[in-house]
Write a protein that binds this ligand. Structure first.
Ligand SMILES: NC(=O)c1ccc[n+]([C@@H]2O[C@H](COP(=O)([O-])OP(=O)(O)OC[C@H]3O[C@@H](n4cnc5c(N)ncnc54)[C@H](OP(=O)(O)O)[C@@H]3O)[C@@H](O)[C@H]2O)c1
Length: 281
């Protein structure tokens, strides 16, 4: 059992709900293996109480927080020292409470996406061709910014509510454009990302003409179940797939370093998560 002392560094994840989060499992496994004197706990502030919660922690009551749905945009607004990539993503998934009262914010989702692609689709190069992102919420925005910054020649955003895709494209600009759900939007695409919440709990994922996108890599941010209907459809079409659990673990790595001051130890945290999800490796 973790030994808590007066010197223990406290960090956590804030979300509403937060009970489903795998972050406590991941960070506490890393803490146990590294011997760092820290603990990582879930917090579930009231949906309208996040600002008060954060102000209460400012000044170093806890070292920092990961932030998940629905607080990522508000987390960025509350920060006094956001990183450029958090500002560009329009959302923060990490807050660090400095002892001088500053609230630093970062967004590691895009880094997690690129690292997951590197791990499960070796050889994938974002510069090789257009990417399609399905969804225009916070996760899509972080992914679009990261892919555009990594040199994707075009990042096409397709969303159920088209105005949100247009808004996202307008605010990121450059290579990021809004597109309609038709075959033309998938022409020459090298990467297709599901950044909608469709497919959770084993339900059907978003439509995509996988048989018309030979050689594309397909990533699903949804990881419950691990092998989503979207990824299974892509796999049956012969495409390389990347799962949302890999992205989750990869975005947690820089968070751990920022919260606890050292890189996570090289343990197999994926197997720990798979056991929790009831999945086989
Ligand atoms: N694996 C990871 O590390 C990771 C990281 C971040 C997020 N995620 C996952 O990514 C997903 C999106 O997260 P988010 O924060 O971006 O959520 P969000 O801001 O609430 O956005 C949800 C997106 O899903 C779309 N959507 C919802 N229901 C739909 C439906 N029935 N048909 C078509 N589109 C629908 C929404 O479209 P409208 O705009 O039309 O409503 C919107 O584009 C979630 O499943 C989240 O758990 C995973």
């Amino acid at each position: 059992m973790t030994r808590i002392t007066g010197a223990t560094v406290v960090a956590g994840v804030a979300g509403a709900p937060v009970g489903h989060s795998l972050s406590p499992l991941i960070h506490n496994a890393w803490l146990a293996a590294s011997g760092v004197d820290g603990v990582y706990v879930p917090f579930s502030p009231r949906a309208d109480g996040f600002a008060a919660f954060v102000q209460g922690l400012a000044g170093g009551v806890v070292r920092g927080l990961n932030v998940t749905v629905p607080f990522k945009e508000e987390a960025l607004r509350l920060a006094t020292r956001p990183t450029p990539r958090a500002e560009r993503a329009g959302a923060a998934n990490l807050l660090i409470f400095e002892s001088d009262g500053e609230i630093a914010a970062d967004n590691t989702d895009g880094e997690g996406l690129l690292a997951a692609l590197g791990a499960q689709a070796p050889g994938f190069d974002p510069r090789a061709g257009p990417a399609v992102i399905l969804g225009a919420g916070g996760a899509a925005r972080g992914a679009a910014a990261a892919l555009a910054d990594a040199g994707a020649p075009q990042v096409r955003i397709i969303n159920r509510t088209p105005e949100r895709a247009v808004d996202l494209a307008r605010s990121l600009g450059g290579a990021v454009v809004a597109a309609k759900l038709d075959v033309a939007a998938f022409a020459d695409t090298r990467l297709i990302v599901n950044a909608t919440s469709l497919g959770m709990g084993g339900l059907v994922g978003p439509a995509a003409p996988f048989h018309r996108t030979p050689g594309a890599v397909v990533l699903d941010m949804v990881y419950r179940p691990l092998r989503t209907e979207f990824l299974e459809r892509a796999r049956k079409a012969g495409l390389v797939t990347v799962d949302g659990l890999e992205m989750l673990i990869r975005q947690a790595e820089p968070s751990f370093a920022a919260l606890f001051g050292s890189a996570p130890p090289p343990i197999d945290v994926r197997t720990v998560c798979l056991a929790e999800l009831g999945e086989t490796p």
